[in-house]
Design a protein around this ligand. Structure first.
Ligand SMILES: [Zn+2]
Length: 123
């Protein structure tokens, strides 16, 4: 399952972020997925339940946000939002567009608890 390896690399990023902040308890992970990223949100959520076991995010909630698809037109230079199955310029309807966003998968936010002593030593 493709989503499982996506999850594992996300969890590695989460663990790095937690370590950098001296946290040992991640409470929430927010991931943003573009419709052209090739990742199914529901499958990702299910894979997360499997992959998080034994990690720092074992009790973390997973929020998945959808990113819009945006294209930039080569003809009129407009940047517009468009449905993922219809990549046309929103102003002049040209098909000569470059994808600006919508194919990415981002770790948007990691929420964690930081213990008081760790916070004190960090300051
Ligand atoms: Zn255009």
């Amino acid at each position: 399952m493709h989503e499982l390896s996506v999850c594992q690399s996300l969890l590695r990023e989460v663990e790095r972020a937690a370590a950098a902040n001296g946290s040992r308890d991640v409470t929430r992970i927010v991931v943003a997925i573009g419709p052209l990223a090739g990742v199914d949100g529901a499958l990702l959520a299910r894979a997360f339940d499997v992959a998080r076991g034994g990690t720092i995010a074992a009790h973390a909630a997973l929020d998945i946000e959808a990113l819009p698809v945006r294209v930039r037109c080569r003809i009129c230079a407009a940047e517009t939002q468009t449905p993922a199955n219809r990549l046309l310029c929103g102003r002049c309807a040209s098909w000569q567009v470059d994808l600006r966003s919508g194919a990415e998968l981002l770790l948007k936010r990691v929420e964690m608890t930081v213990e008081a002593d760790a916070a004190a030593s960090a300051s």
